[in-house]
Design a protein around this ligand. Structure first.
Ligand code: HEM
Length: 350
């Protein structure tokens, strides 16, 4: 058979190295001569997860390389490509949630047939999972159960996660990208007398009017986040400027120039949400399969996982911004000059 440039023909199973992949299932129960037919499923499910984790890391590297550029033009292919790849990650995460359906076909008794042969291995030692968390923005200090974490992983694996932690995470790159956005902080003429000021005092007035008695306490938080830079709470993962840009994007996402930035924020939230769903499904499955027993990795099992699930949200400061949204009819009308800047029009028309 002729191939392009006379390259040697490629054969399906060689190309995919199926001998390696399909030869990589070695049930521990079989080594002990024990009968445990479901161990094959258990191995294959985990291997399939690890392949998808690898693809997710590949996509996240690509997206991070885009956001590492000093400038990302809204009109360049960069933003769209980043969004496209984030949506792919989002779809893979959704698949990993669904894959739990297959895992759940294994009953507790099926699992007990081989569970003891696995000790002390555990999905906890999935380094790619921890690398994904780190690539997105979870730092070691924010991890639940740090002592347990260190005791379970080999030095080489701890180093692999540390390497990810030392690279700039997607969260931090998104923060810088949001900080570069000019609109929310740039002065515009917000009233007919033409005073040049930024958006926030106007938004505060509208926000105050929107608050019910029960929500009145939110105003102090709002002021600390958006109005009084000196009171911006310490230790947040997004700076005050990035936080303001993110809220502005969410509020005025109907303007053409903000469509893609809004979609990017939404994709990040969906990935975080999807990982949260995965954790929840995993916890439910763990409860169903081993009840209150400790995990093969020696943690408290479902209890450990529940606390990790509560702590390991990465884009939670973005998702909390919904507390500060307003119905469209209450939004301050944008000055004309700003409306033009946010629309697709020629520079001459601006
Ligand atoms: C019968 C099926 C499963 C059971 C009973 C189970 C149980 C557990 C338990 C108890 C833990 C806590 C650590 C420990 O003490 O071992 C854990 C952690 C973990 N498992 Fe599973 N697991 C199962 C399937 C899976 C699958 C299919 C995956 C896919 C990769 C997975 C990935 C993980 C990950 C990533 C962690 C760490 C989570 C974190 O630290 O937030 N597990 N698992």
């Amino acid at each position: 058979m002729k191939t392009i440039d006379n390259r040697p023909p490629v054969y399906y199973s060689n190309y995919l190295q199926l001998d390696k992949i399909l030869g990589a299932q070695a049930p521990e129960s079989a080594k002990e001569g024990a009968e445990a037919p479901d161990e094959m499923l258990f191995i294959i499910i985990h291997q399939a997860y690890e392949l998808w984790f690898k693809q997710m890391l590949h996509e996240l590297d690509y997206v991070r390389a885009i956001f590492q550029k000093d400038q990302i033009e809204n009109s360049s292919p960069d933003i769209y490509n980043a969004l496209h790849r984030l949506k792919r990650v989002q779809t893979i995460v959704a698949l990993t949630v669904q894959q739990m359906d297959i895992m759940e076909t294994m009953t507790p008794l099926d699992f007990l047939d081989f569970r003891d042969f696995l000790r002390p291995a555990s999905g906890f030692q999935s380094i790619q999972f921890k690398m994904i968390e780190a690539a997105l923005g979870l730092q070691y200090d924010q991890r639940h159960g740090k002592g347990y974490y260190l005791s379970q992983l080999s030095e080489a694996d701890i180093q692999r996660v540390k390497d990810q932690e030392s690279k700039q995470s997607l969260l931090s790159l998104i923060e810088q990208w949001l900080e570069r956005m000019p609109f929310a902080d740039a002065p515009y003429s917000w009233n007919p007398s033409g005073t040049q000021e930024a958006f926030w005092p106007h938004y505060r007035d509208a926000y105050l009017r929107s608050l019910s008695d029960a929500d009145e306490g939110n105003l102090a938080h709002f002021d600390a986040l958006f109005i009084q830079p000196e009171n911006y709470p310490a230790g947040r993962s997004l700076s005050a400027k990035a936080t303001r840009s993110a809220l502005f994007i969410m509020l005025y996402r109907d303007y053409p120039l903000l469509h893609l930035p809004y979609e990017i924020l939404t994709a990040l939230l969906s990935i975080d949400h999807g990982l949260g769903m995965w954790r929840q499904r995993h916890i439910n499955m763990v409860r169903m399969t081993i009840g209150n027993r400790a995990g093969t990795g020696g943690s408290t099992g479902a209890d450990y996982l529940r606390k990790a699930a509560e702590t390991h949200f990465i884009f939670k400061e973005l998702s909390e911004l919904t507390s500060y949204l307003l119905p469209r009819q209450m939004l301050p009308k944008l000055p004309e000059a700003l409306q033009k800047e946010l629309s697709f029009c020629t520079p001459e028309a601006r």
